[in-house]
Design a protein around this ligand. Structure first.
Ligand SMILES: Cc1ncc(C[n+]2csc(CCOP(=O)(O)OP(=O)(O)O)c2C)c(N)n1
Length: 618
């Protein structure tokens, strides 16, 4: 295998086009092999194999900086930059991350996982380089989904106004996770397919020839490229008007073309430039090409059939989507909104049934919240479905556009807590601490699918202000219970040695702790916290009046979380009864399965029982 002989980006540079193409196929096979076992972002990574090779072939990485947007497409990049042998450990505890990580490699320019940061990073890098009179290239790679986000627009606005030399590669596969939505993707599509091409082709040639510092060499190269490869060089008027020189579209799977274009554009030493590449999401694996959304991010699957391995149990997201759909059938004011996550958040069927009342705003979390605020103000019942980690983008909107006006926006916070193998950029550990201190907000946390359902029903009828429901990733137990929200807390088991206040998916663990403690002769009172905010301190104090000590349990950061909220709500004489707050400490939590991470941070039933027994002795 050719791949066996490629141990660094330097090895690449010795190869000819045929070998580079052969290498692309071998890398694809390797990625499919590993990801079918480990799970991961398969389709995005398969789409950029040639692009990745061409980048490392032409640019002098890591001196030249390649900045990936989102970073979910970097599997070929990892394989080519010294991590070929570790690649089978990807997304496993202690193994390679599924996203770029500076700690892993100098080739990973920035840690990323959230979308649309690459253009700001690229401009910051280019400005720093120029102010310090250094000399290297800066290349941002951004998808057609990610470029629609507000951050990317803010950066484009700034980039077009500056003259720093930087290159943007627009990886246009017409998909975000699902088919891309919005006006900009339509514009890209018209650029590629419209007969505008012939018209602009002429102007484009004149345009390029008239740029003195590109000179004849570059023009000749572009001309040759154009004639030989029947590709096109047309100005993307939008970018040109903003002051960013546009080149493309170029076939992102045609290695020779890409190399020629990159080589030519590398020689233009000033100003921002954008190269528009057309790629196919999932390229080279038929199942991923046919179903790019399914293979965007997938768990382990059968390589031959493409069928996902694992159970088909109902998840919290399924239940949320189904409940909203049922409610929408009876109440035409119900609206569902997602920021490019309709499958992940369970809204696929809602869109099918109520397309007029469903909104995919694209990767636009900030806009989503403010858009929903106005709908709520105007009398509708907007439900936002968002992953906890991506809600972080819209912190100001929670306060400024929703809470200050006390608008009844309903926020379904999916993937709260540990998410597992996507790791540090994706854990949903900050939502309680983010929202807890915002006046007017209610925060609910179901411990089962049935509770989630009753909380969503409750939220649909609650018109007095904003409400957030946080629930974890994964399968939802159906326990037939509805959430009794009046008191916000519910006693599940009695005991006098220790009280355990647990929320969400920690409730199940608290019951196991109860059983373990019982075997050790320690009695525990288990309190399920359904309403994280507002807190009923009288209820808590009543429990503490009859128990010797207490702990709290949450799948969230301890700092600013439920436990600290309880502690700050009770009278000083009860505070000293706290044994400990169980949750995640003040550090970056890595990737690994939820089970592994719970064990590592001593949040599994045995560890918690041990810690309680130990604390009671002191
Ligand atoms: C702020 C934020 N919101 C949502 C996501 C989830 N997400 C990951 S990749 C992706 C689609 C990106 O589309 P595009 O940039 O076109 O890249 P592609 O996957 O098509 O290569 C989304 C919505 C995210 N990573 N960050």
């Amino acid at each position: 295998m050719l791949l066996d002989s490629i141990n660094s980006t330097q090895d690449l540079k010795k190869l000819g086009i045929d070998d580079l193409n052969l290498l692309s196929s071998e890398i694809r096979e390797y990625i499919i092999d590993v990801i079918s076992q480990n799970g991961g972002h398969l389709a995005p990574s398969l789409g950029v194999v040639e692009l990745t090779i061409a980048l490392h072939y032409i640019f002098d990485t890591p001196v030249d900086k390649v900045i990936w947007d989102v970073g979910h497409q970097t599997y070929a990049h990892k394989i080519l930059t010294g991590r070929k042998n570790e690649f089978p450990t990807i997304r496993k505890l202690g193994g390679l991350s599924g996203f770029p990580k500076r700690k892993e490699s100098p080739y990973d320019t920035y840690n990323v996982g959230h979308s649309s940061t690459s253009l700001s990073l690229a401009l910051g890098e280019a400005v720093a380089r120029d102010l310090q009179k250094q000399s290297y290239k800066v290349v941002a790679v951004i998808g057609d989904g990610s470029i629609t986000n507000g951050m990317a627009f803010e950066a484009l606005n700034h980039i077009g106004h500056k003259e720093n030399d930087l290159i943007i590669i627009l990886n246009d596969n017409e998909h975000s996770i699902c088919k891309n939505v919005g006006a900009l993707p339509k514009y890209f599509n018209r650029m590629i397919t419209g007969d505008m091409y012939n018209k602009v082709r002429r102007t484009s040639r004149n345009f390029i020839k008239n740029i003195p510092s590109i000179g004849d060499v570059s023009f000749d190269f572009l001309q040759r490229f154009f004639d030989n490869f029947k590709s096109m060089i047309v100005p993307g008027q939008l970018f040109e008007d903003m002051g960013i020189r546009y080149f493309g579209p170029v076939d992102g799977h045609d290695m020779a073309s890409m190399i020629e274009v990159f080589n030519g554009i590398k020689k233009i030493n000033y100003g921002p430039k954008i190269i528009h590449l057309l790629t196919k999401k999932g390229k080279g694996y038929i199942h991923a090409e046919n179903e790019p959304a399914k293979f965007h991010g997938i768990g382990p699957f059968n390589r031959k059939t493409g069928i996902a391995i694992g159970n088909n149990r109902d998840t919290f997201s399924d239940i949320a989507g189904r409940t909203l759909l049922e409610l929408a059938e009876k109440d035409e004011k119900i609206i569902a909104i997602t920021a490019a996550m309709k499958i992940g958040t369970g809204l696929y069927d809602f869109e099918k049934k109520f397309p007029q009342r469903f909104f995919d705003v694209g990767i636009a979390e900030q806009h989503m919240l403010t858009f929903a605020a106005a709908m709520a103000s105007a009398g509708l019942k907007p439900f936002i479905s968002v992953y906890s980690t991506f809600l972080q983008r819209a912190y100001d909107q929670l306060i400024h556009d929703i809470a200050l006006m006390n608008l009844p926006v309903r926020i379904l916070i999916d993937r709260s807590g540990i998410v597992g193998d996507d790791g540090e950029t994706h854990h949903g550990l900050f939502d309680i601490s983010m929202i807890r201190d915002i006046p007017n907000f209610i925060i609910l946390a179901p411990s089962s699918g049935d509770e989630l359902k009753s909380m969503i029903i409750y939220a649909s009828e609650y018109n007095n202000g904003p409400i957030a429901i946080r629930y974890p990733r994964g399968a939802a137990e159906a326990d037939g219970k509805t959430a009794g929200l009046s008191g916000g807390m519910e006693i599940l088991a009695g005991g006098s040695d220790v009280a355990i206040f647990a929320a969400g998916d920690m409730v199940k663990i608290s019951l196991e702790v109860h059983d373990i403690l019982k075997m050790r002769g320690i009695s525990s009172e288990i309190v399920k916290v359904l309403t994280i905010k507002p807190m009923d301190p009288d209820f808590v104090e009543e429990v503490l009046g009859r128990t010797a000590g207490f702990i709290t349990m949450e799948n969230a950061m301890i700092s600013g979380g439920l436990g600290e909220y309880i502690l700050s709500s009770i009278k000083p004489r009860y505070k000293s009864k706290l044994l400990f707050n169980a949750g995640f400490p003040d550090e970056i939590i890595p990737h690994g399965t939820a089970k592994e991470l719970f064990e590592r941070y001593k949040l599994d039933p045995v560890s918690i029982a041990d810690r309680i027994a130990e604390s009671l002795k002191q």
